[in-house]
Design a protein around this ligand. Structure first.
Ligand code: SF4
Length: 210
């Protein structure tokens, strides 16, 4: 049970339930192959059945950590910081991102877009989920739309999402990891027929890095 003081800090976003933080190579999407410091924030109630970070869902399992400490760690490693989860927009991202920008970091987010957008972002990767669709502001501001393909119906969902996102967003289709043998050839074929899309692969998993 958190003290009232800590709970108030978490509500303000000056403390965040930190699941893990690590320096690695961005494995997927537009920035694939580039070094980045990842901050994984706990808490998500979107409920994707194929989620590969289910341990992140319960925020209570992850220690509330002051954003100053997170920024200090991130600043030692990388110019680019990726905030992921869980669903980072469960929390107010203003304090964390303001401090990261003060420390001259490039700040990226990976989000389902299910909650209102808070924070200052250099790059927004929107990965929409059927169970809780994005809010309009995230569609409007996303730099990248990354749709996870778990079954054939997800191509229909991907097109619906491409119609909703702003016209400058770069469009990616990415096989869900457990279905990659089945879905990757379909994605390759789909992208060749519909070249507004690009293929994204979870290269970090092939490289066996976090
Ligand atoms: Fe997992 Fe992301 Fe879906 Fe949340 S939105 S359940 S973290 S895949």
């Amino acid at each position: 049970m958190l003290s009232k003081e800590i709970q108030a800090e978490v509500e303000k976003g000056t403390m965040l339930p930190l699941m893990e933080e690590f320096y690695t190579i961005q494995g997927e999407g537009f920035h694939t192959g580039t070094a980045a410091y990842f901050i994984r924030v706990g808490g998500c109630d979107v409920g994707c059945h194929w989620c590969d970070v289910k341990e992140s869902w319960n925020a209570d399992l992850h220690p509330p950590t002051h954003v100053d400490r997170i920024v200090e760690n991130a600043s030692r490693f990388s110019e680019t910081v990726v905030v992921t989860g869980g669903e980072p927009l469960t929390w107010d991202m203003t304090a964390l991102t303001t401090k990261l920008k003060d420390a001259n970091r490039r700040v990226h987010i990976e989000t389902s877009g299910a909650y209102p957008l808070t924070g200052i972002w250099d790059w927004i990767c929107l990965s929409p989920k059927k169970m809780k669709l994005p809010v309009q502001e995230v569609y409007d501001k996303a730099h990248e739309l990354k749709v996870i393909v778990h079954n054939k119906h997800d191509f229909v969902f991907a097109e619906e999402q491409a119609d909703s996102v702003n016209k400058d967003a770069i469009l990616f289709l990415q096989p869900e990891w457990s279905k990659k043998e089945e879905m990757t050839p379909l994605i390759v074929e789909y992208v060749m027929k519909n070249p507004k899309w690009r293929v994204s692969l979870q290269t970090h998993k092939y490289l066996n890095i976090p």
